[in-house]
Every structure is written in structure tokens, then in C-alpha cells.
Design a protein around this ligand. Structure first.
Ligand code: C2E
Ligand code: MG
Ligand code: MG
Ligand code: MG
Length: 283
């Protein structure tokens, strides 16, 4: 009887597991289908000089336009793409598209800009990554120093030898590496010494309560001072008001990204903005 009970339980367990898997499979199937149907798109968020407020570059941020559901944010599909490996395909597409788009933005403003692209751990570990990056640069005719790759702290710590080798090769193309969400991960200073890092993106959890929070002000000051001594660029993420902008600019932050200076938008919308900017400068 014990055997039977065991069996019955086993069936129930399997049914639950099956439903769970079926759910994931349908989302997964939708994702593969979406790649074929071209349902993924990039929004671009302006990154401005903290002092002059001029647009210096853009971060490419992925979205999924599901015909039946609407716009899906990356938090709802990047983790699954990371699990099932689709992130390699999506990431390659994003990098190529972002480089091509950068050229169009540059045509509008008539000066050099840069584009920042997020790279996930699985992409970073993929042995085709470097070739994929080289292809994107070559195809788009974007110079290495106009591309910034955003990686997270975890990528560096899981396999430091591999990370060092790959980052050195990336840096040899002039491509810059930024640590995204800086301060929320391992925050080991070792990697600032060991790896060719060019920029720190201060996570918005430290920006949110500026300038009132004494702790956040201190943390930002220390990060900015560290970056300045190491000649690293700094980008403040999630800047939503003038007081935060004022504080960061005064404390020597190089670049600002946030709703205060621009939302992530479709390229067409930004082109209008860039045109208006360029026209305003001529008058
Ligand atoms: P992230 O790289 O840290 O990107 C910044 C996130 O902050 C974006 O969310 C952006 O819309 C949001 N943000 C910008 N300014 C503000 C602000 O002033 N206030 C607030 N509250 N939020 C602001 P998003 O677009 O939802 O992206 C979330 C995360 O998804 C990204 O965080 C990144 O880790 C990941 N992601 C996005 N696109 C890609 C991609 O193409 N590849 C990979 N691997 N990951 C991506
Ligand atoms: Mg990012
Ligand atoms: Mg970030
Ligand atoms: Mg973030």
C-alpha cells in the first residue's frame, strides 16, 4: 500500500510539475516565435553630460512587444532568455541594432556620440562573444571607443581568469567596459585593479534619496572620489530631479541618466529631440 500511495503522490507531483513546465514552455515558444516575428525592439535613453547637459550617448534597453499583451519590460523576459540561451541571439541582435542606430543619431546631431549596451553573464561566457562584437562594429562602421558594454559585478567574480582575458581583448578594440548597478553586487575593489574597467554606473538605489540622505550622499561621494582617482567615468542611474542632478554634478559625476534628463524612447522620438537640440544650438 505504501507503494501505491507513493505512486499516487508521484502522479500528483508530476501533474503539478507538468503544468509548471507547460507554462514555461509556452512562454518559451512565444519567445522563439517572437524572435522570428521581430517582436523585440530597443528603446534608447539619453545619457547627458552632468555639467553641460548635452546628450553624449544612449543606453539601449530591450523591450518585447507582444501582440496580445503589449510592451513587456526586460525584467519579465531577460531571466528566461538567460536560462534558455536565447539571450545570445537577442544580445547579438541588440548590439548590432544599437551600433547601426548610433550612426543615425550621429547623422542628426553631426557629432560623435556613444552607445551603451547591456551584456548578460551568459553572453559574456559565450565563446563567440568577441567575434559577435567585432562583427557588429564592422558592419555598422562604429569605432570601438563609441561602444560601451555594461556588465555586472558578478560576471567578474565567477571566473576572474576568463573575465580578464576577454575584457583585455575587448579593451584592445577601444571598447569601454562599465560596471552596471555599481555598489549592489560584490563591490570588490580588487576588480578595479585587475580588470580594464572604464566606467562605473552608480545604481539608482544610492541616487533615489539624494541629496537628503546623509548615507547615500556619503556613498556617492566615496564612489565619485574613487572613480576620479582611478580616472574612471561615472554615470549616475535613475536621476529623477534637479536636486539630485545638482548634487551629482557638484560632486564631480561625469554623466547623468534618468527620467529627469530623458526617458527610454523609440529612436524616432529621440531623433526629433536631437533635431530640436541641434536647431537650438544654431540660433
Ligand atoms: P539597467 O541596465 O540598470 O538599466 C536601467 C534601468 O533603469 C532601465 O530599466 C531604465 O528604464 C530604468 N531607469 C532609467 N532612468 C530611470 C529613472 O530615473 N527612474 C527609474 N525608476 N528607473 C529608471 P529597464 O529598461 O526596465 O531595464 C531593466 C534591466 O533589464 C536593465 O537594468 C538591464 O539589466 C536589463 N536589460 C535591459 N535591456 C537589456 C539588454 O538588451 N540585454 C540585457 N542582457 N539586459 C538588458
Ligand atoms: Mg544597464
Ligand atoms: Mg543599471
Ligand atoms: Mg539596474
Amino acid at each position: 500500500r505504501a507503494k501505491e500511495t507513493g505512486k499516487a503522490r508521484c502522479i500528483i507531483y508530476n501533474e503539478a510539475a507538468f503544468n509548471h513546465i507547460e507554462h514555461d514552455v509556452s512562454m518559451e515558444a512565444a519567445m522563439f516565435e517572437a524572435v522570428r516575428n521581430g517582436e523585440f525592439l530597443l528603446h534608447y535613453q539619453p545619457i547627458v553630460d552632468a555639467r553641460t547637459r548635452q546628450i553624449m550617448g544612449f543606453e539601449a534597453l530591450m523591450r518585447w512587444m507582444r501582440p496580445d499583451i503589449g510592451l513587456v519590460p526586460p525584467s519579465q523576459f531577460i531571466p528566461m532568455a538567460e536560462d534558455n540561451g536565447l539571450i545570445n541571439l537577442l544580445g547579438a541582435w541588440a548590439l548590432k541594432s544599437a551600433c547601426v542606430q548610433l550612426k543615425r543619431f550621429e547623422e542628426v546631431v553631426g557629432r560623435k556620440l556613444y552607445v551603451s549596451v547591456n551584456v548578460s553573464p551568459r553572453q559574456f561566457r559565450n565563446d563567440q562573444f568577441l567575434k559577435m562584437m567585432d562583427d557588429a562594429l564592422q558592419l555598422s562602421d562604429v569605432k570601438g571607443d563609441q561602444l560601451l558594454l555594461e556588465i555586472t559585478e558578478g560576471i567578474l567574480m565567477s571566473d576572474p581568469e576568463y573575465a580578464e582575458q576577454l575584457l583585455t581583448k575587448i579593451a584592445s578594440r577601444g571598447v569601454r567596459i562599465a560596471i552596471d548597478d555599481f555598489g549592489t553586487g560584490y563591490s570588490s575593489l580588487m576588480y578595479l585593479k585587475r580588470f580594464p574597467i572604464a566606467a562605473l554606473k552608480i545604481d539608482r538605489t544610492f541616487i533615489k534619496d539624494l541629496p537628503h540622505s546623509v548615507k547615500d550622499a556619503a556613498i556617492c561621494n566615496v564612489i565619485l572620489s574613487l572613480a576620479s582617482h582611478l580616472s574612471l567615468l561615472t554615470v549616475a542611474e535613475g536621476v529623477e530631479n534637479e536636486m539630485q542632478m545638482e548634487f551629482l554634478s557638484t560632486q564631480g559625476c561625469s554623466l547623468i541618466q534618468g527620467f529627469h534628463t530623458g526617458f527610454p524612447e523609440l529612436p524616432e522620438t529621440l531623433i526629433e529631440l536631437l533635431k530640436a537640440d541641434a536647431a537650438a544650438l544654431q540660433h
